[in-house]
Design a binder for this molecule. Structure first.
Ligand SMILES: NC(=O)c1ccc[n+]([C@@H]2O[C@H](COP(=O)([O-])OP(=O)(O)OC[C@H]3O[C@@H](n4cnc5c(N)ncnc54)[C@H](O)[C@@H]3O)[C@@H](O)[C@H]2O)c1
Length: 334
C-alpha cells in the first residue's frame, strides 16, 4: 500500500511532535508543514525533512496531502479544519475539538457532508497503560465501577493564552471518564478559581455524576510545581491506578473479593486491603499510537477511534464545568 501523504498545520509545542511522528512512521510520508511563524516553521521543517509554508492554504494546494493534523491554537481549529476538509483531506484536530460547541457541530456536519474523516486528538486514550486498563475493565475484572478520579497537576504553561485550565486540560479527563465507563454525565459541579492566569481559571475541582451512578472526580490545576498525571478507577474488586507519566498500571485488590468465591457472590461483604499487582505494560509513545490509528482508519475506511462526537462531548462537559464554576451551582445535563 502507498504511504499516505501527511501534513501538519501549526508546529508549536504539540504540532512539532505530529510532524516528527509522521516523518518517522511507516505508512505516512510528511509532505509539508505550515506555521504562521516562518522561523518556527523553517526550523521544524529542517528537523523533519520537509517543506515549510506560512499560509496553510498554499500548503494544501501545493502538496495535496491525504491526512492533515491541525495543531494551531484552539481558537483557530474551526477555520483551519474547515479549510483542510474542503481541500479534500481527512483531518485530525488537536483537542479540544474547537473553541465553541457551535463550531464543533459545524466541523462534524461538514465532515459528514464532505465524506471526510474527522478525528480529535484525545491522546490519553492511546497511553498503553490506559489501553490495558480499558481491556481489563471491559473484561469485567473490576466488577461494577464506583468512581473514576483524575489528577492532572503541574506548573503554569506560558504558551496557553486563549483558554483556561478547564478547556485546555479537563477535556482530557472528561473524555477519559466517558471512555472508561461508557457512560454519559447527567450532573456536574465545579469549583474553579483564577489565581495567576491573566484571563481564565487555572484551578479546578469538579465532580461528575454519570447515568449509572458512577462518580467522576477531576482535580486539575496549573499551580503545582511538579507534574502529576494520575488516574484511579475504584470498583467492587479494588482500585486500578494509572500513572500516565511512567505508563504504569497497578491494581490494589479488595481482599474481600480476591478469591475464587468472587464468581459466585452476588453481594459485596466489605472492603479490605489485598495484594498490589503491577501489570507489565509495553511502553509506547501515545502520539505515535494515535497517528497510526488515524492513518489506519483512513487507509481501511474504518471509523476513527475518537470521532467528532467524542470531541464535542468532552467540550460540552468542559464548558458546563466552566459555567458551574462561574455560577457556583450544579449543572444538569442531558
Ligand atoms: N493532545 C495534547 O496533549 C495537547 C498538548 C498540547 C497542546 N494541545 C493542543 O494543540 C493545539 C496547539 O497547542 P500548542 O501548545 O502546540 O500551541 P503553540 O502556541 O505552542 O503552537 C501553535 C502554533 O500554531 C501557529 N499558528 C497559529 N495560527 C496559525 C495559522 N492560522 N496557521 C498556521 N499556524 C498557525 C503558531 O505560530 C504556533 O507555532 C491547541 O489546541 C492545544 O489544545 C494538545
Amino acid at each position: 500500500m502507498n504511504a499516505l501523504k501527511a501534513a501538519v498545520i501549526g508546529v508549536g509545542a504539540m504540532g512539532q511532535h505530529h510532524a516528527r511522528v509522521y516523518d518517522q512512521i511507516i505508512g505516512t510520508q510528511l509532505v509539508g508543514i505550515a506555521d504562521a511563524d516562518p522561523t518556527a516553521g523553517a526550523q521544524i521543517a529542517r528537523l523533519c525533512h520537509t517543506r515549510a509554508y506560512v499560509d496553510h492554504r498554499r500548503l494544501l494546494d501545493e502538496t495535496r496531502p491525504d491526512i492533515v493534523t491541525v495543531a494551531v491554537p484552539t481558537e483557530f481549529h474551526h477555520r483551519v479544519a474547515l479549510d483542510v476538509m474542503e481541500s479534500g483531506c481527512h483531518v485530525l484536530v488537536e483537542k479540544p475539538i474547537a473553541a465553541t460547541e457551535e463550531q464543533a457541530i459545524e466541523l462534524i456536519e461538514r465532515a459528514e457532508a464532505l465524506g471526510r474523516k474527522l478525528m480529535v486528538g484525545h491522546i490519553v486514550r492511546f497511553d498503553p497503560a490506559v489501553q490495558e486498563l480499558k481491556r481489563r475493565l471491559m473484561a469485567g475484572e473490576l466488577g461494577r465501577i464506583f468512581q473514576v478520579r483524575c489528577r492532572r497537576l503541574g506548573p503554569f504553561p506560558d504558551r496557553v493564552r486563549d483558554v483556561g485550565v478547564v478547556i485546555d486540560l479537563a477535556t482530557h479527563d472528561l473524555d477519559m471518564i466517558r471512555y472508561l465507563t461508557g457512560q454519559e454525565a447527567v450532573r456536574m459541579y465545579a469549583e474553579t478559581e483564577q489565581k495567576i492566569h491573566s484571563a481564565y481559571e487555572d484551578i479546578l475541582i469538579g465532580t461528575v455524576r454519570l447515568a449509572d451512578g458512577t462518580i467522576g472526580i477531576v482535580d486539575i490545576n496549573w499551580l503545582t510545581p511538579t507534574k502529576i498525571r494520575e488516574l484511579t478507577v475504584t470498583g467492587e474488586r479494588g482500585m486500578f491506578l494509572v500513572d500516565h507519566l511512567t505508563q504504569d498500571l497497578y491494581l490494589y485488590e479488595n481482599a474481600e473479593t480476591s478469591d475464587e468465591r468472587w464468581g459466585a457472590i452476588s453481594l459485596l461483604r466489605g472492603v479490605s486491603e489485598g495484594r498490589m499487582i503491577r501489570y507489565p505494560v509495553h511502553k509506547y509513545e501515545p502520539l505515535r499510537a494515535e497517528l497510526e490509528a488515524f492513518a489506519h482508519a483512513v487507509s481501511t475506511g474504518e471509523p476513527v477511534p475518537v470521532d467528532g462526537q467524542d470531541g464535542l462531548a468532552a467540550l460540552r462537559l468542559a464548558r458546563a464545568m466552566v459555567r458551574s464554576g462561574r455560577e457556583g451551582r450544579p449543572v444538569l445535563l442531558g
